[in-house]
Write a protein that binds this ligand. Structure first.
Ligand code: ADP
Ligand code: ASP
Ligand code: MG
Length: 480
């Protein structure tokens, strides 16, 4: 479906990540970007994350409360309070407004304290409880930023997105429901836009139809922005972060990583799925059908070109566009000489994994030996091994299955490029590059989309492997 651009106001959704709103300097920078874009676009929607580090601190408080570490969670609450109060002290609020915002923060600290006391009493926290608590970071931040924008002459309205982004009840990783969300957006956001009031919306937070708070998963503010972009039929969505755009590798691992100026939706989806933290893995989905372009830009270098992600725009790069990693994963192997003769072992293997609510990140089947290998997050390893041993107990006792093993502390490295499917020899280049550095590849898988090749290497070799693929295949590689 083509986007209808006629008779429509030009609208933009902008999302600011944790570091873009993590200090007084960053917030001032963010505020000036909002002011500027509010003048340039007919309609502007702003999505705000928690201040950087706050979501982690909130999670740490709950963990301390579960183990009855009262001093631990009290210190955590104090740290969260201090970050916000010092921030407010350094921002140019009027005396009255500063007082008002501080009172709001104190109220949230009281709520957090009460949650922690309840968790301590119960000795546990449910996923629903986690969402109620982790949502507090965004709730506080929209209020302090909204108040500042108001003082700077930007008419705006803070909105808690648990009344806006309607989801299923899959706490901590909720799935937005388009129709009810669309209705809420029509009711709560569109009237503000008509009045040229900027909605300042909490990222990450969502809610069920019954009004219970859910969240979209870690890093979910990107997803909030794209869901809103779709519901509003926005012209563009921009995510503002702390790097110059989507890069050829994680710049914290590869010093000479380069900004990629144009990427397709498919490439970015694959990148985000395979660990590029710069975007939440589901961000692209709501934008694809209407072809709404997504820009990734640097808050601290706003005049930089950034990355444009769209339907077909594509930079002419080398064999491979970028390389990503998923860390803290385990390779599980189910092996047995008698496995081939036993029908349904593969199906039962994966249903045993599914019972644990674990997502399988990569599957690789060896043809020389009768084995099934797959990769899961390490925190699920013990439960998955237990579940597999239960499911395959009979085959294990008969010796049809010899072993169910886990190799911990491995890393999935993925080389991504939309050009890969038309270019022979990409795998040879990648494995040749790793061979030169004597890096051992433990398992390999090629996505059916042919946008990517993933390999598993030992955790201690991961950085070297990424750097080697980056240098030899991305920087030095050329398309034939
Ligand atoms: P925000 O809080 O703005 O959402 P994130 O920390 O979630 O920011 O994502 C930005 C970070 O993603 C960067 O600082 C960078 O370290 C990391 N990153 C990982 N892979 C990539 C990549 N391929 N391109 C850009 N950044 C990446
Ligand atoms: N604050 C949330 C997190 O840290 C969401 C986000 O930053 O996008 O995961
Ligand atoms: Mg993020």
């Amino acid at each position: 479906m083509d986007r209808k651009k006629d008779n429509r106001k030009r609208s933009l959704v902008m999302k600011f990540g944790g570091t873009s709103v993590g200090s007084p300097e960053a917030i001032l920078q963010t505020a000036s970007i909002i002011q500027k874009q509010n003048q340039e676009w007919d309609q502007l929607v702003v999505v705000i994350s928690a201040m950087s580090g706050i979501t982690n601190l909130l999670i740490a408080c709950t963990q301390d409360a579960v183990i009855s570490n009262q001093e631990g969670y009290q210190n955590g609450i104090e740290l969260i309070r201090k970050r916000h109060i010092e921030n407010i002290d350094h921002l140019p609020y009027s005396t009255q407004s500063r007082k008002k915002v501080k009172t709001i923060i104190e109220k949230f600290m009281e709520i957090l304290h009460n949650y922690c006391v309840s968790i301590q009493t119960m000795g546990e926290v449910t996923p629903r409880g986690m969402d109620a608590i982790t949502s507090l970071g965004e709730r506080m931040n929209v209020r302090q930023i909204s108040a500042l924008l108001l003082e700077q002459g930007v008419p705006n309205q803070p909105i808690d997105a648990d009344e806006l982004i309607i989801t299923d009840a899959n706490f901590q990783n909720a799935c937005p429901l388009r129709e009810p969300t669309l209705q809420k957006v029509e009711a709560l956001v569109v009237p503000l836009l008509h009045d040229k009031v900027v909605p300042v919306i909490t990222g990450f937070i969502s809610g069920t139809e019954e009004g219970i708070t859910t969240t979209l998963g870690r890093g979910g503010s990107d997803y909030t922005a794209s869901v809103l972009g779709d519901c509003l039929d926005a012209q563009e969505v921009w995510t503002w972060t702390d790097v110059d755009g989507v890069m050829t590798a994680d710049p914290s691992v590869v010093a000479n990583a380069k900004v990629i100026s144009k990427l397709t939706f498919d490439e970015v989806s694959e990148m985000a799925y395979f660990g590029a933290k710069v975007l939440h893995p589901k961000t692209i989905r709501p934008l694809m059908e209407k072809g709404i372009p997504l820009w990734v830009k640097n808050t601290f270098n706003p005049s930089g070109a950034g990355t444009c992600i769209s339907k077909d725009a594509r930079e002419k790069t080398g064999f491979v566009t970028c390389v990503t990693t998923i860390r803290d994963v385990s390779l599980i192997t189910v092996r047995g000489k008698g496995m081939l003769g036993v029908p349904g072992v593969a199906a039962r293997t994966f249903s045993a994994v599914a019972k644990e609510d674990t997502s399988v990140l990569m599957i690789s089947q060896s043809s020389s030996e009768q084995s099934i290998c797959f990769v899961i997050p390490s925190h699920d390893e013990i439960n998955v091994i237990r579940s597999l041993k239960n499911e395959l107990a009979f085959e294990l006792s008969r010796g049809d299955v010899d072993a169910v093993n886990a190799l911990s502390k491995v890393v999935i490295i993925t080389a991504i490029s939309a050009g890969m499917r038309h270019t022979p020899g990409v795998s040879a280049k990648i494995f040749g590059a790793l061979g030169k550095k004597r890096i051992n590849v433990i398992a390999i898988a090629q996505g059916s989309s042919e946008y990517s090749i993933s390999m598993v290497v030992a955790g201690k070799e991961a950085d070297a492997a990424v750097q080697q693929i980056h240098t030899e295949v991305i920087i030095n590689g050329t398309r034939k």
